[in-house]
Design a protein around this ligand. Structure first.
Ligand code: NAD
Ligand code: UDP
Length: 327
């Protein structure tokens, strides 16, 4: 295990980040974080799951530049641009997208990541791959540590995502070993917060929107499967620390507080004062039974500590969804 403490710079003035997927939920929040640190951010997105309103928000910053583009087809001409960091965050991430757009998911995580790694190599930039807890599949060890190699069904309904993210990690490490590209990998665990799509299909937006409308809350299976939810600004703090670290091996990023899905529904009903009732629907195939990050590795080299309590994060996220309903 690495022991070198991560040093966080006061400012990123004079630095330029190239962010693939800038119009998305996590990526747009990360772009805003770096714009507030004084960096220049060049974003690209094709809006397959992202939103133009996120780009409108970022466009209020004078140091933000945007290109509408599919990153597995091409990247903008950046010939005269100095790039310090390339962030590979472009990928749909919701299980409902796995059935709808599996090939787009596989291509962005393979061909797209390849293009971004080539850009980092050309620019001598630091590269960061947004990987996922899904690389552990339906895990047989709990909580999940970075040295666990996973339990993934290569032909299951989640495989387009899981296997292409595993490929993206493998390609990232190959560029590091073969070309000495300065790479980082974050394995992101379930993250939620404002800017998620209301119809995203993931558990938190589904349950909050159902609770706000007093509709049935749809728990899949018996609701005893678990997840650990990280509020998006906490995740951004974790990613920033990994980007500033000196360690190319993967870091888990998330919040280890673990809840069953049934508990999740009960908390959301209570916090939002909803009249919703829980209904039970069939469990999707290969749905992971337990998920919780072991974040000892990141905490051993940094001061990272999730700071947003689940109930508070639910309130803030619900305010965001309410603002969309009233628009
Ligand atoms: P998101 O869908 O909101 O963001 C992804 C963005 O990438 C979207 O704006 C989308 O339009 C864009 N995109 C997708 N394919 C593209 C392409 N070919 N060209 C250009 N843009 C493209 O999803 P998110 O939840 O914010 O996830 C962001 C990243 O974090 C993804 O790489 C995802 O796999 C990873 N991740 C997220 C979570 C989570 O809980 N949110 C968990 C694990 C990993
Ligand atoms: N889930 C649920 N009801 C929903 C949406 C999701 O019970 O309306 C469950 C899903 O079966 C899984 C967990 O919530 O066990 C988390 O699902 P999500 O789609 O958010 O992401 P995952 O962690 O499975 O990738």
């Amino acid at each position: 295990m690495t022991s070198k403490k991560i040093l966080l710079p006061e400012t990123l003035e004079g630095k330029t980040l190239f962010v693939a997927g800038a119009g998305g939920f996590v990526p747009s929040t990360l772009c805003e974080f770096y714009l507030n640190k004084g960096a220049k951010v060049i974003g690209v997105d094709n809006f397959i799951t992202g939103s133009r309103s996120n780009i409108d928000l970022l466009s209020a910053y004078k140091n933000f530049e945007f290109y509408e583009m599919n990153v597995f087809e091409k990247l903008p001409n950046l010939k005269d641009e100095k790039i310090d960091y390339v962030l590979s965050l472009a990928s749909p991430a919701s299980p409902i997208d796995f059935a709808k757009i599996p090939l787009e998911i596989m291509r962005v995580n393979s061909e797209g990541t390849l293009k971004l790694l080539e850009l980092a190599k050309e620019k001598k930039a630091r590269f960061l791959e947004a990987s996922t807890s899904e690389v552990y599949g339906d895990p047989e060890i709990h909580p999940q540590r970075e040295d666990y190699v996973g339990h993934v069904n290569p032909i299951g309904p989640r495989s387009c995502y899981d296997e292409s993210k595993r490929f993206a990690e493998a390609m990232t490490m190959s560029f590091h070993h073969r070309y000495n590209v300065d790479t980082r990998i974050v394995r992101i665990f379930n993250t939620y917060g404002p800017r998620m799509r209301p119809n995203d299909g993931r558990v938190i937006p589904n349950f909050i929107n159902q609770a706000l409308k007093n509709e049935d809350i749809t728990v899949y299976g018996d609701g005893l499967q678990t997840r650990s939810y990280c509020y998006v600004t906490d995740l951004v703090e974790a990613i920033h620390r990994v980007l500033m670290s000196e360690d190319p091996t993967p870091f888990n990023c998330g919040n280890p507080d673990e809840y069953t899905i049934k508990e999740t529904a009960e908390i959301i009903i209570k916090v939002l004062g909803s009249k919703s009732k829980i209904v039970y629907l069939p469990l999707p195939k290969d749905d992971p039974k337990r998920r919780r990050p072991d974040i000892t590795k990141l905490q051993s080299v940094s001061d990272f500590k999730p700071s947003v309590a689940f109930e508070d994060g639910i309130r803030t996220t619900a305010e965001y969804f309410k603002s969309l309903i009233s628009e």
